[in-house]
Design a protein around this ligand. Structure first.
Ligand SMILES: [Zn+2]
Length: 328
């Protein structure tokens, strides 16, 4: 399987740029399309779509191209396997350092499609599946140098200088840690000493009702009264420092955004992780920065926050040398 996949911050309003080619022929296959979208969730808002070109090569007897006169539809002998391969390949592509925006590099939006995307050359295609996850645990961001504007962590390898936005680094780390915990149990919850009665408009109450399932798995506890009030009895322990009323207002504001889409645990969790994460303009000790960067390196998707925002920008030392006319 070879192809290109756009980073999640480079998106389109429609699905026309999602192309799957099987044995040299573009095919229409709703299940494969859904697999592509699933691989990008929850990084993309509901109404945005990636640019993806994937060419799959299958043994001739694993695919029947003669189910439709135009051969645009095909039948796979093992459709699930093909879908899972495709999701794995896209997850892999989104973990490649090629998705990191480069300062002074070509604007990634400039050429839609191939150049805008994450390249996987034929030589690399084997790695698309076979490279063990452990290889990512290496220190890909190198050594932490310090902090700029109390907001960006600066790290360097011999080849590159990285600028990491500390808030989204922490957001990504918390998101994956909490999601792993949730597989075992609901998130720790902090009961409020004094349950908070919140006067909310009908639209906000309806929204909380729709999102109640995912929010309660994350440690919120609501109880409705009649009329316009909702009672908040508990909040996720991660957010116990927040003023409850402002917290619920923030929940409503984020989830009312059409980009939030249908209620999902991941989307609600992205809210909690963002809210609990270290803010910009927070001075950090060197050990705290090292810990954050080390934790980021262990995540599955280290280059984008759960909302799809880039976490890291970089400057290549090659470009610096060129600028400074250092030729030795
Ligand atoms: Zn985010």
């Amino acid at each position: 399987m070879v192809g290109w996949a756009s980073p999640p911050d480079v998106t389109r309003g429609g699905r026309d740029d999602i192309v799957v080619i099987v044995n040299g022929r573009p095919v229409r296959d709703p299940a494969l399309l859904q697999a592509v979208l699933a691989a990008y969730r929850p990084l993309l808002p509901r109404d945005r779509f990636p640019q993806v070109v994937l060419a799959v090569t299958l043994a001739p007897n694993d695919v029947d191209v003669n189910v439709h006169p135009t051969k645009a539809w095909v039948r796979f002998r093992h459709p699930r396997v093909v879908q899972e391969m495709l999701v794995a390949a896209l997850h892999e592509a989104l973990r490649r350092p090629a998705v990191i925006p480069t300062f002074g590099g070509e604007p990634r939006e400039a050429v839609p499609g191939v150049e805008a995307g994450v390249g996987a050359s034929p030589a690399e295609q084997a790695a698309l599946f076979k490279e063990p996850a452990a290889s990512y645990a290496a220190t890909r961001f190198g050594r932490v140098l310090g902090q700029v504007q109390a907001t960006f962590i600066v790290a360097t390898t011999d080849d590159e200088v990285f600028f990491l936005d500390q808030h989204v680094v922490h957001e990504r780390v918390l998101f994956e840690q909490v999601r792993a915990q949730l597989d075992a149990a609901p998130l720790a919850s902090q009961a409020l000493l004094f349950p908070e009665t919140l006067e909310l408009g009908p639209a906000s109450r309806a929204l909380l009702e729709r999102w109640r399932g995912p929010l309660e798995r994350l440690g919120f506890a609501f109880e409705e009264f009649g009329g316009a009030a909702v009672v908040l009895r508990a909040v996720p322990t991660l957010l116990k420092g927040d003023e409850p009323k402002r917290l619920v207002e923030a929940v409503v504001e984020e989830l009312a955004d059409p980009k939030a889409g249908e209620p999902t645990l991941d989307r609600a969790l992205a809210f909690v992780a963002c809210r609990a994460a270290i803010k910009a303009n927070t001075p950090l000790a060197p050990e705290e920065m090292e810990r954050l960067v080390a934790d980021l390196e262990t995540t599955e998707t280290p280059y984008f926050c759960p909302h799809g925002r880039p976490i890291v920008s970089r400057v290549s030392m090659h470009d610096i040398r060129r600028e400074l006319k250092r030729t030795w």
